[in-house]
Write a protein that binds this ligand. Structure first.
Ligand SMILES: [Zn+2]
Length: 274
């Protein structure tokens, strides 16, 4: 049985602790003093700062100026990027992604910036010697990364954490095709505006990924403020399928929640094939 639950403040506080696209807690260093840059006074605290994916004063071009803790948004190793496939090189030191995701209960949250699935339990990926724990996954429409200049309609990000300064995000593109099982089950329940849906069912997380896990790799950032440059990006080469209707409905809920691509600067994109 599924039901809507009004979350207690306690649970709400817990969800705030979970790393999210919309969570400045990850680099929540309060500022000690006002900074004056010409006539522009930066806000001291980023906690209550509004930001948007859409053009305007709170849009991506201005994130770095909204408050001090968003300054990384103007950094040199930002995400997403355009991946030019014939300019990538083979990563000889890269590892196969070992997925150890289970059937897991999830809370589905529309936080105003994305639809996010917060997961509990011990779901991990192993990359070489390191084990990263899955915290949540969420969606962008259109895709944030572009491949040879082209967007896909949707991109999902699986956010895995090793430490406060070491994340591995697995990104997968969606393309039109057969209906997607997860969407078939949950699309009708996705909160269309800010809100939360708690399912008593579990999701078999491993089924959400394509069977071929070949990827492009580069070092980048969170794609939302505070844009911390703490992310190993694994952008999967094989897209996931969803039906045209599913993609259109979900993209409507997500409402253009992608950051435009950022300059590669002196970074390299590596390619891994099993
Ligand atoms: Zn994301």
């Amino acid at each position: 049985m599924k039901k809507f639950l009004i979350k207690s403040l306690f649970v709400f506080a817990l969800t705030l602790l979970v790393f999210s696209c919309d969570n400045s807690k990850i680099e929540d260093k309060s500022m000690s003093s006002d900074k004056h840059e010409g006539t522009h006074v930066k806000k001291q605290d980023c906690n209550d700062v509004h930001w948007s994916h859409h053009e305007g004063e709170e849009g991506p071009a201005h994130w770095k100026d909204l408050c001090d803790a968003f300054a990384a948004c103007g950094g040199q190793a930002q995400s997403p990027i355009n991946i030019v496939t014939n300019e990538t090189s083979v990563g000889t030191n890269l590892n196969q992604i070992q997925i150890h995701y289970d059937s897991t209960p999830v809370d589905i949250i529309n936080n105003g910036h994305t639809v996010q699935f917060n997961v509990s339990g011990n779901n991990t990926i192993t990359l070489g010697e390191k084990e990263y724990k899955l915290l949540q996954f969420h969606y962008h429409a259109a895709s944030e990364h572009t491949i040879n200049g082209n967007h896909y309609p949707i991109e999902v990000h699986f956010v895995n954490q090793y430490s406060d300064s070491d994340y591995s995000v697995v990104g997968a593109m969606f393309e039109e095709g057969t209906a997607n099982e997860l969407f078939t089950e949950y699309l009708a329940e996705f909160p269309e505006s800010k809100g939360e849906y708690t399912s008593e069912n579990t999701i078999d997380l491993e089924k959400l990924l394509p069977s071929n896990l070949d990827y492009y790799y580069y070092i980048g950032s969170l794609t939302t403020p505070p844009c911390s440059e703490i992310v190993n990006w694994y952008v999967l080469k094989t897209p996931i399928k969803a039906s045209k209707e599913q993609i259109e409905k979900f993209a409507g809920i997500l409402h253009h929640n992608y950051r435009p691509v950022m300059p590669l600067n002196d970074r390299k994109v590596l390619s891994y094939n099993k």
